[in-house]
Design a protein around this ligand. Structure first.
Ligand code: URA
Length: 199
Protein backbone atom coordinates (compact mmCIF):
# COMPACT_ATOMS: atom_id res chain seq x y z
CA UNK A 1 0.00 0.00 0.00
CA UNK A 2 2.93 2.36 0.63
CA UNK A 3 3.96 1.93 -3.02
CA UNK A 4 0.41 2.70 -4.14
CA UNK A 5 0.37 5.79 -1.95
CA UNK A 6 3.63 7.05 -3.42
CA UNK A 7 2.58 6.33 -7.00
CA UNK A 8 -0.79 8.00 -6.50
CA UNK A 9 0.68 11.09 -4.90
CA UNK A 10 3.20 11.49 -7.70
CA UNK A 11 0.44 11.65 -10.33
CA UNK A 12 -0.32 15.29 -11.09
CA UNK A 13 -3.16 14.76 -13.56
CA UNK A 14 -5.63 12.07 -14.59
CA UNK A 15 -3.48 10.82 -17.46
CA UNK A 16 -0.50 10.34 -15.16
CA UNK A 17 -2.71 8.62 -12.61
CA UNK A 18 -4.07 6.18 -15.19
CA UNK A 19 -0.55 5.38 -16.37
CA UNK A 20 0.67 4.85 -12.80
CA UNK A 21 -2.24 2.58 -11.97
CA UNK A 22 -1.90 0.51 -15.10
CA UNK A 23 1.83 0.06 -14.46
CA UNK A 24 1.29 -0.84 -10.79
CA UNK A 25 2.35 -4.46 -10.31
CA UNK A 26 1.53 -5.11 -6.64
CA UNK A 27 -1.84 -6.70 -7.29
CA UNK A 28 -2.56 -10.20 -8.63
CA UNK A 29 -5.78 -9.10 -10.34
CA UNK A 30 -3.79 -7.57 -13.16
CA UNK A 31 -2.49 -10.96 -14.33
CA UNK A 32 -6.01 -12.40 -14.60
CA UNK A 33 -7.67 -9.45 -16.34
CA UNK A 34 -7.68 -8.51 -20.01
CA UNK A 35 -8.14 -4.75 -20.04
CA UNK A 36 -7.34 -1.92 -17.66
CA UNK A 37 -10.54 -0.04 -16.84
CA UNK A 38 -9.94 3.49 -15.61
CA UNK A 39 -12.88 5.76 -16.37
CA UNK A 40 -15.63 6.82 -18.70
CA UNK A 41 -17.67 9.94 -19.19
CA UNK A 42 -16.21 13.39 -18.84
CA UNK A 43 -13.50 14.64 -16.51
CA UNK A 44 -14.69 17.97 -15.18
CA UNK A 45 -18.25 16.65 -14.73
CA UNK A 46 -20.12 17.85 -11.67
CA UNK A 47 -21.16 14.31 -10.76
CA UNK A 48 -18.75 11.40 -10.27
CA UNK A 49 -19.89 7.81 -9.86
CA UNK A 50 -17.78 5.18 -8.12
CA UNK A 51 -18.68 1.54 -8.79
CA UNK A 52 -17.07 -1.69 -7.67
CA UNK A 53 -14.95 -3.36 -10.33
CA UNK A 54 -15.07 -4.28 -14.00
CA UNK A 55 -17.16 -7.29 -15.00
CA UNK A 56 -16.86 -9.39 -18.14
CA UNK A 57 -18.03 -6.74 -20.63
CA UNK A 58 -16.00 -3.99 -19.00
CA UNK A 59 -12.91 -6.22 -19.06
CA UNK A 60 -13.45 -6.78 -22.76
CA UNK A 61 -14.08 -3.13 -23.66
CA UNK A 62 -11.83 -1.33 -21.20
CA UNK A 63 -14.65 0.96 -20.05
CA UNK A 64 -16.65 0.91 -16.80
CA UNK A 65 -20.36 0.07 -16.68
CA UNK A 66 -20.96 -1.15 -20.22
CA UNK A 67 -22.79 -4.41 -19.38
CA UNK A 68 -26.41 -4.83 -18.27
CA UNK A 69 -25.87 -2.94 -15.02
CA UNK A 70 -24.22 -0.16 -16.99
CA UNK A 71 -27.18 0.09 -19.35
CA UNK A 72 -29.48 0.45 -16.37
CA UNK A 73 -27.15 3.07 -14.92
CA UNK A 74 -27.39 5.03 -18.18
CA UNK A 75 -31.20 4.92 -18.04
CA UNK A 76 -31.13 6.08 -14.42
CA UNK A 77 -28.90 9.01 -15.33
CA UNK A 78 -31.03 9.92 -18.34
CA UNK A 79 -34.05 10.05 -16.04
CA UNK A 80 -32.47 12.98 -14.18
CA UNK A 81 -31.17 14.67 -17.32
CA UNK A 82 -27.58 13.48 -16.90
CA UNK A 83 -25.39 11.25 -19.05
CA UNK A 84 -21.83 10.20 -19.70
CA UNK A 85 -21.91 11.55 -23.26
CA UNK A 86 -23.78 14.79 -22.45
CA UNK A 87 -22.63 17.68 -24.62
CA UNK A 88 -23.41 20.16 -21.88
CA UNK A 89 -20.72 19.68 -19.23
CA UNK A 90 -23.29 20.65 -16.60
CA UNK A 91 -25.16 17.44 -17.42
CA UNK A 92 -22.13 15.20 -17.77
CA UNK A 93 -21.02 12.45 -15.42
CA UNK A 94 -17.64 10.90 -14.77
CA UNK A 95 -17.45 7.20 -13.88
CA UNK A 96 -14.86 4.97 -12.27
CA UNK A 97 -14.59 1.89 -10.04
CA UNK A 98 -12.78 0.99 -6.83
CA UNK A 99 -10.75 -1.59 -8.79
CA UNK A 100 -9.38 -1.10 -12.32
CA UNK A 101 -8.99 -4.84 -12.97
CA UNK A 102 -11.69 -7.50 -13.17
CA UNK A 103 -11.67 -9.97 -10.27
CA UNK A 104 -11.74 -13.60 -11.49
CA UNK A 105 -15.28 -14.82 -12.25
CA UNK A 106 -16.59 -11.44 -11.02
CA UNK A 107 -16.08 -12.44 -7.40
CA UNK A 108 -16.38 -9.73 -4.75
CA UNK A 109 -13.21 -7.69 -4.32
CA UNK A 110 -11.15 -8.69 -1.30
CA UNK A 111 -10.33 -6.17 1.43
CA UNK A 112 -6.63 -6.33 0.58
CA UNK A 113 -7.40 -5.50 -3.07
CA UNK A 114 -9.57 -2.50 -2.32
CA UNK A 115 -7.09 -1.29 0.32
CA UNK A 116 -4.29 -1.50 -2.26
CA UNK A 117 -6.17 0.69 -4.74
CA UNK A 118 -7.65 3.11 -2.21
CA UNK A 119 -4.83 5.68 -2.51
CA UNK A 120 -5.33 5.69 -6.29
CA UNK A 121 -9.10 6.09 -5.92
CA UNK A 122 -8.71 8.97 -3.48
CA UNK A 123 -6.27 10.67 -5.82
CA UNK A 124 -8.65 10.03 -8.71
CA UNK A 125 -11.46 11.79 -6.84
CA UNK A 126 -9.22 14.68 -5.83
CA UNK A 127 -8.00 15.21 -9.41
CA UNK A 128 -11.48 14.90 -10.95
CA UNK A 129 -12.80 17.25 -8.22
CA UNK A 130 -16.53 16.67 -8.76
CA UNK A 131 -19.19 18.56 -6.81
CA UNK A 132 -21.00 15.36 -5.85
CA UNK A 133 -20.21 11.67 -5.63
CA UNK A 134 -22.42 8.61 -5.95
CA UNK A 135 -21.11 5.51 -4.21
CA UNK A 136 -22.66 2.54 -5.99
CA UNK A 137 -23.12 -0.35 -3.58
CA UNK A 138 -21.13 -1.66 -0.66
CA UNK A 139 -17.65 -1.80 -2.13
CA UNK A 140 -17.07 1.96 -2.56
CA UNK A 141 -18.84 2.66 0.76
CA UNK A 142 -16.59 0.22 2.54
CA UNK A 143 -13.46 1.57 0.83
CA UNK A 144 -14.18 5.31 1.13
CA UNK A 145 -16.37 5.57 4.23
CA UNK A 146 -15.11 2.53 6.13
CA UNK A 147 -18.72 1.39 6.37
CA UNK A 148 -20.77 -1.22 4.55
CA UNK A 149 -24.45 -2.14 4.79
CA UNK A 150 -25.88 -0.37 1.78
CA UNK A 151 -29.49 -0.91 2.84
CA UNK A 152 -28.85 1.29 5.85
CA UNK A 153 -26.37 3.67 4.22
CA UNK A 154 -28.27 4.48 1.05
CA UNK A 155 -30.08 7.77 0.87
CA UNK A 156 -28.01 9.45 3.58
CA UNK A 157 -25.37 11.94 2.49
CA UNK A 158 -21.84 11.29 3.67
CA UNK A 159 -18.59 13.06 2.80
CA UNK A 160 -15.50 11.90 0.94
CA UNK A 161 -12.50 14.26 0.84
CA UNK A 162 -14.86 17.10 1.65
CA UNK A 163 -17.21 16.22 -1.22
CA UNK A 164 -20.85 15.29 -0.50
CA UNK A 165 -21.30 11.59 -1.34
CA UNK A 166 -24.53 9.64 -1.62
CA UNK A 167 -24.50 5.85 -1.20
CA UNK A 168 -26.99 4.16 -3.55
CA UNK A 169 -28.02 0.64 -4.46
CA UNK A 170 -25.81 -0.75 -7.20
CA UNK A 171 -27.64 -1.14 -10.56
CA UNK A 172 -26.69 -4.86 -10.61
CA UNK A 173 -28.62 -5.19 -7.35
CA UNK A 174 -31.56 -3.31 -8.87
CA UNK A 175 -31.62 -5.81 -11.74
CA UNK A 176 -32.00 -8.62 -9.20
CA UNK A 177 -34.32 -6.70 -6.85
CA UNK A 178 -36.48 -4.41 -9.00
CA UNK A 179 -38.60 -3.35 -6.02
CA UNK A 180 -35.53 -1.49 -4.71
CA UNK A 181 -35.82 0.90 -7.68
CA UNK A 182 -38.16 3.00 -5.51
CA UNK A 183 -35.31 3.86 -3.19
CA UNK A 184 -32.93 4.35 -6.11
CA UNK A 185 -35.36 6.80 -7.67
CA UNK A 186 -35.58 8.77 -4.43
CA UNK A 187 -31.79 8.92 -4.34
CA UNK A 188 -31.58 10.09 -7.95
CA UNK A 189 -34.02 12.89 -7.17
CA UNK A 190 -31.89 13.87 -4.18
CA UNK A 191 -28.86 14.10 -6.50
CA UNK A 192 -30.82 16.16 -9.00
CA UNK A 193 -32.07 18.53 -6.30
CA UNK A 194 -28.60 19.02 -4.93
CA UNK A 195 -27.16 19.74 -8.38
CA UNK A 196 -29.93 22.23 -9.07
CA UNK A 197 -29.49 23.95 -5.72
CA UNK A 198 -25.81 24.48 -6.45
CA UNK A 199 -26.26 26.15 -9.86
N1 URA B 1 -20.29 -3.02 -11.98
C1 URA B 1 -19.43 -2.14 -11.44
O1 URA B 1 -19.42 -1.90 -10.25
N2 URA B 1 -18.62 -1.51 -12.25
C2 URA B 1 -18.60 -1.71 -13.55
O2 URA B 1 -17.81 -1.10 -14.23
C3 URA B 1 -19.51 -2.63 -14.09
C4 URA B 1 -20.34 -3.28 -13.28
Amino acid sequence: VAEAQAAAEAASDLGALAAAMEAFEHCDLKAGARRFVFCDGQPGARLMIVGEAPGREEDREGRPFVGRAGQLLDRMLTAIGMGRAAEDIGRAVYITNVLPWRPPENRKPEKAETAMFLPFLQRHIALAAPELLILMGNTPCDALLGRAGITRLRGTWAEVLGIPALPMFHPAYLLRQPQAKREAWADLLAIQARLRAAT
